[in-house]
Design a binder for this molecule. Structure first.
Ligand SMILES: Nc1ncnc2c1ncn2[C@@H]1O[C@H](COP(=O)(O)OP(=O)(O)OP(=O)(O)O)[C@@H](O)[C@H]1O
Length: 295
């Protein structure tokens, strides 16, 4: 039996007047997971997502979502798209928006409060959207896009206007959804957040998709807080580890496979590890290699 792709693009094109924004793009995603769609301002990320979700027509080419053509609207029972906040109605409350979407999907009313609590917007659910801040609108957009527990979720800049704690919450929600089997394709300029949620990046450049598996390019760092920073630093340097000092902690750049040995060598020298945090980086370097340095 042939496997049904989660998302399949066949030779899609989009031209605005003379500008070929999407140029003969083909892509198959057939494993669940999170993909980041990345590229400089104006490169065509929103155009691509809008075309995929049939908000605007491509000039040519074919799109299939969960094995169905994207003009078969029944597929949108399982596919959601978090667009920018211009899709919201200022004279309606968050509750009104969610009620409408629940009615469309045939979901019970209790789902409204459930999803509002999950995205942290219970406190302003009844307020009119016209009185929402940018971040509050973003929470509502997120609630709308996940209320139906989609199998495939497109997100255009889901982190816009979010304070750090909201960004952390969104990260948790993305990882929860991924665990539940939702495939997420999100456009974002926030490379540090992307590093925290996925290895899989789709760069958009000159109308073409460049697929990158960051696994081969990522760097793993462990940030140690030690009982004796100076001795720890000397020990790690003498053992040949690549280290940096950062806010009173020592950051060691090391493969995951080498971390146990590193921890043991610190402890064997009588130094206590007070805290240890893992950080993965890599997409910024790849971005610069693909598009040049950001100003
Ligand atoms: N309706 C339209 N008519 C004409 N040109 C358009 C239209 N919509 C977008 N464009 C142009 O297409 C290009 C891609 O725009 P798009 O909004 O898709 O980029 P983006 O990668 O999402 O940008 P950003 O990161 O700034 O959100 C831009 O040059 C933009 O000016």
């Amino acid at each position: 039996m042939t496997k049904i792709a989660i998302l399949e693009l066949q030779h899609v094109n989009k031209k605005y007047k003379t500008a070929q924004v999407i140029d003969d793009v083909s892509l198959v995603i057939d494993e669940p997971g999170i993909w980041a769609l990345v590229g400089p301002n104006g490169v065509g990320k929103t155009t691509l997502l809008n075309g995929i979700c049939n908000i605007i027509p491509f000039n040519s080419g074919k799109v299939e979502l969960l094995g169905q053509p994207n003009d078969n609207y029944t597929v949108f029972k399982h596919v959601s798209f978090l667009q920018d906040n211009t899709v919201l109605f200022h004279y309606l409350s968050g509750y009104d928006h969610l009620k409408y979407v629940c009615d469309v999907h045939g979901l019970p009313k209790k789902r409204i409060k459930e999803v509002a609590a999950y995205v942290g917007m219970t406190g302003y659910l009844e307020k009119k959207v016209g009185d929402y801040s940018l971040g509050m609108k973003q929470h509502l957009l997120l609630a709308i896009s996940i209320v139906n527990q989609p199998k495939l979720l497109f997100m255009d800049e889901p982190l816009t206007g979010l304070d750090p704690s909201s960004a952390i919450l969104v990260r948790k929600i993305l990882l929860d959804l991924e665990k539940q089997g939702t495939t997420i394709i999100l456009s974002s300029h926030n490379l540090a957040e992307i590093d925290r949620v996925t290895n899989q990046i789709l760069f958009l450049k000159n109308g073409k998709i460049i697929e990158v598996d960051r696994e081969n390019h990522m760097e793993t760092h462990y940030i140690f807080k030690l009982s004796d920073k100076l001795s720890g630093k000397q020990l790690l340097m003498a053992s040949g580890y690549s280290i940096q000092e950062e806010n009173g902690a020592i950051k060691v750049t090391i493969n995951e496979s080498g971390i146990d040995k590193c921890i043991k060598s610190i402890q064997d020298n009588g130094i206590s590890i007070l805290d240890i945090q893992k950080e993965v980086t890599g997409s910024e370097k790849l971005y610069e290699e693909t598009f040049g340095k950001r100003e």
